[in-house]
Design a protein around this ligand. Structure first.
Ligand SMILES: Cc1cc2nc3c(=O)[nH]c(=O)nc-3n(C[C@H](O)[C@H](O)[C@H](O)COP(=O)(O)OP(=O)(O)OC[C@H]3O[C@@H](n4cnc5c(N)ncnc54)[C@H](O)[C@@H]3O)c2cc1C
Length: 437
């Protein structure tokens, strides 16, 4: 009997292999460790947690809480392991990393339908396959992906700008315009000289996230972070991302002293990123600085900026919302390589890729979860986001359609949580044994 190939035994690949096996499909899971290690992994265990031991906040007030609940409904191995290995962490789901990975390694290794092969895969496999090799995909496989899909479809560095929720922007203070009268696709937040001076000073003083040793070399090569631009001088930002030239404020008829531009990230226009504001600053510092920008005083940040080494595909160009490659039926991507960020998000996309590879195996069409669910919102974003400067995404409320009616923010989130979970449960039920029609 032919097996489905899963490449990468991390969070996504482990969940994908588990989903396939649970649906009665034989699977061969390739993991290159311990023969070849990555700069971040320290053990030979499957689903190793490389940094923080948290899978995010729990409950109905958290976007990750909704994804956790969905994953439990989907029969996730990662969630099963997380509950067995959990440690107290306030409102978050944190785990004992040793116990967590040990449990997953044992469950997969002992499953009669799973064959674990400790080898590096250097070419894209034929037949039904899932690529889940993560942010530190080996060089040989990265080259093979490049050869197949082209250089600009694969990124090696994540230089992400923060993204804010549209509904939290004060539109009275911003104006819509494109530079030199081009299409008015941008939202522009104008700053006076005094506001710029204070912002610049705060940026100079802000605290940075410390990169790992092995990341430092690449830190400035890929894309210059906004805090580094500030260090180069008072004027640098005014000739860079905060350049006001060609942007007349219709209320004054003049160009402001400085400007912060926002660009639409998703098709529905719920999420907007700060153009050219890639940053490695600590998250509370990012929040403090963004809230100094006129129009963004109450901005809700749904994705913070990051600067780190990463390997990921330009998902909107390459993938469908089922995580299948547009150009190759039967080939799927999952995890960070597919354009998500986070342990939980990686596992969740592993589940969906596993489900859909199993469906292909059974002669059925791949499916996507409903758009009201967090997993549905996430994969729709991957398939339809703006491909220009595409950056990986994690679970957040901006991925979901808003709920109708006037409500306080907390009630809105609760309504979205319950609506999403209900839709996901109905979807799972409609699949019968998950993979059946
Ligand atoms: C340094 C670092 C810190 C991070 N910290 C966090 C954090 O604190 N919280 C969080 O939520 N997310 C974090 N992430 C992001 C992300 O959530 C994790 O990397 C997560 O493990 C990604 O899951 P994955 O399955 O896509 O990749 P991984 O879990 O990395 O799994 C990929 C697997 O593929 C294997 N592999 C690679 N190439 C090949 C090949 N050619 N053949 C066979 N096997 C191969 C690797 O050895 C690895 O085991 C971090 C990422 C990095 C790099």
């Amino acid at each position: 009997m032919e097996r489905v190939t899963v490449v990468g035994g991390g969070l996504a690949g482990s969940e994908a292999a588990w989903t396939l096996a649970r649906l009665g499909v034989p699977v061969r899971l390739y993991e290159m460790r311990p023969k070849r290690m990555t700069p971040a992994h320290a053990t030979e265990k499957l689903a190793e947690i490389v940094c923080s031991n948290s899978l995010g906040g729990e409950g109905s007030a958290n976007a990750k809480g909704l994804l956790q609940a969905e994953m439990r409904r989907a029969g996730s191995l990662v969630m099963e392991a997380a509950f067995r290995a959990r440690v107290p962490a306030g409102g978050a789901l944190a785990v004992d990393r040793e116990e967590f990975s040990q449990y997953i390694t044992e469950r997969l290794s002992r499953h009669p339908l799973v064959e674990v092969v400790r080898e590096e895969v250097q070419e894209i496999p034929g037949g039904l396959a899932i690529l889940a090799t993560g942010p530190l995909t080996s060089d040989a496989l990265s080259q093979a992906i490049r050869r197949r899909f082209g250089d600009h479809f694969l990124s090696y560095f994540d230089a992400a700008s923060p993204i804010v929720l549209y509904e939290s922007i004060d539109l009275e203070k911003c104006f819509r315009a494109g530079r030199y009268g081009q299409e008015a696709d941008y939202l522009n937040c104008p700053l006076t000289e005094e506001e710029y001076r204070r912002f610049y000073q705060a940026l100079l003083e802000a605290e940075e996230h410390t990169p790992h040793e092995w990341e430092k070399r690449e830190f400035f090569e890929a894309c210059v972070p906004v805090e580094e631009l500030a260090r180069r001088g008072y004027q640098t930002l005014l000739f860079g991302p905060m350049k006001p030239v060609g942007l007349k404020d219709p209320r004054t008829g003049k160009e402001p002293f400085a400007v912060v531009q926002l660009r639409q990230e998703d098709k529905a226009g719920r999420m907007w990123s700060l153009v050219g504001f890639q940053t490695g600053l600590k998250w509370p510092e990012q929040r403090r600085l963004i809230q100094m920008i006129p129009g963004l005083e109450n901005a809700e940040i749904v994705r913070y900026g990051v600067m780190h080494r990463n390997t990921y595909l330009n998902a909107p160009l390459l993938l469908r919302d089922t995580l299948e490659f547009k150009e190759q039926e039967g080939l799927f991507a999952a995890g960070v390589l597919a354009g998500v960020e986070g342990y939980l998000e990686s596992a969740a996309t592993g589940f969906l890729a596993g489900l859909n590879a199993a469906r292909r195996y059974q002669g059925l069409k791949p499916v996507a979860p409903p758009e009201e669910s967090m997993l549905g919102g996430l994969v729709r974003f991957l398939a339809t986001a703006n491909p220009q400067g595409f950056q990986p995404m994690y679970a957040n409320w901006g991925l979901l359609p808003p709920v109708e009616g006037r409500m306080a923010k907390k009630e809105k989130r609760e309504a979205m949580y319950h609506r999403g979970l209900r839709a996901f449960e109905e979807w799972v039920a409609s699949l019968g044994r998950l993979a059946s029609a």
